[in-house]
Design a protein around this ligand. Structure first.
Ligand code: PEP
Ligand code: MN
Length: 349
């Protein structure tokens, strides 16, 4: 349930609502917008319904959130949320381009890809040190050395970085290198990991599980938000269907559905959803057209020798024209490209 306070509500009136709810055994969270403050209630809704909340001074509306997730529900915020990363933002009316290698393989490969992403106009870099591979014999990532190279990518380009964390014991070290911590599709329902990243102060990118419904995905986001971290970016990366022509089936309808149900930004990964280089550009343009808050694209200096996901990686030359086209499509649907970073403060500040 959420209590919407009127634009003239005083701090004392907000506090009176909080006190009443807490006396009834509930917990509250407060979201302050420009024109109104929302007090979210967590606990026994039936009990809250019996409280005299609607008549209290300063209270504008009491809305029952009839959804299993509360903190990430659209009703709990006045406007869509915006995640700040470095000097750029993800969400609301901008379009963010994240690009970089799927896996950090060598310093040379990663730095070449990072420079190409920056030159193409990307706002955020991707690069993984820890890889979730279907086969235990496949390249598993450079681990700590990969994080060091990631730090170099960040330092040289001045762009913020996103990288995946696979297990709870690595959250602290990954958070010390990453501007955005990514939870991969296979870990979407690793609830302990979700809680752990929820306790960090880093934005979290949450990929949709291979066979997860949108509601299950939002429930997973709620685990992160419940720990006090609401800087969450959802990433649609395709779902399992009967269709073998693509690696996964990109669910573009997830974008407007999520925008309707939740205040969280949602981006699309056209690389992992299609698994095919020739499909990346059309799907990235579809992402911009459907109103996504951005895209995350794999690039590789030499896709034919890539240790991970080469068939879906764009070359350095293929990215710039695609960024220009995405910019045109984004503008056509009322978005501008996100701001480019002008430099970063140290991670950990
Ligand atoms: C990735 O982005 O590198 C990745 C492994 O994707 P997913 O978790 O969506 O499979
Ligand atoms: Mn990959």
């Amino acid at each position: 349930m959420v209590v919407v306070m009127g634009s003239t509500a005083t701090e004392e009136q907000i506090q009176a609502v909080v006190d009443l709810v807490e006396e009834a055994g509930g917990e509250t969270f407060i979201s302050r917008g420009k024109n109104r403050t929302i007090v979210g209630l967590l606990g026994d809704t039936e009990r809250f319904m019996a409280l005299p909340l609607p008549g209290m001074p300063g209270v504008d509306q009491v809305i029952r959130v009839g959804k299993p997730y509360k903190l990430v529900a659209a009703e709990s915020r006045e406007t869509p949320s915006v995640v700040h990363v470095g000097n750029t933002t993800i969400g609301r009316d901008t379009f963010c381009v994240i690009a970089g290698p799927c896996a950090i393989e060598t310093e040379d490969q990663a730095m070449t890809a990072a420079r190409a992403a920056k030159a193409a106009g990307a706002h955020v870099l991707r690069g993984d040190a820890y890889k979730h591979r279907t086969s235990p014999y496949a390249f598993q990532g450079l681990a700590r050395r990969g994080l060091e190279i990631l730090a170099q990518m960040r330092a040289e380009t001045g762009l913020p970085v996103v990288t995946e964390v696979l297990q709870t014991s690595d959250v602290e070290v990954v958070a010390s290198y990453a501007d955005i911590i990514r939870i991969g599709a296979r870990n979407m329902q690793n609830f302990q990991l979700l809680r752990e990243v929820g306790r960090t102060h880093r934005p979290v990118m949450l990929k949709r599980g291979l066979s997860a419904t949108i509601e299950e995905w939002l429930m997973a986001a709620e685990y992160i938000a419940q720990q006090g971290n609401e800087d969450i970016i959802l990433c649609e990366r395709g779902i399992r269907t009967f269709e073998p022509m693509t690696r996964n089936t990109l669910d573009v309808s997830a974008v407007p559905i999520v925008h309707n149900l939740s205040h969280l930004p949602i981006i699309i990964d056209p690389s992992h959803s299609s698994g095919k280089r020739e499909l990346v550009a059309p799907l990235a343009l579809a992402a911009a057209a459907v109103g996504a808050d951005g895209v995350m694209i794999d690039i590789h200096p030499h896709p034919e020798t890539a240790l991970c996901d080469g068939p879906q990686a764009l070359t350095s030359e293929e990215l710039p024209p695609l960024v220009a086209e995405m910019s045109l499509v984004a503008q056509a649907v009322g978005r501008s490209m996100a701001r480019t970073s002008r430099g970063l403060s140290a991670v950990g500040e």
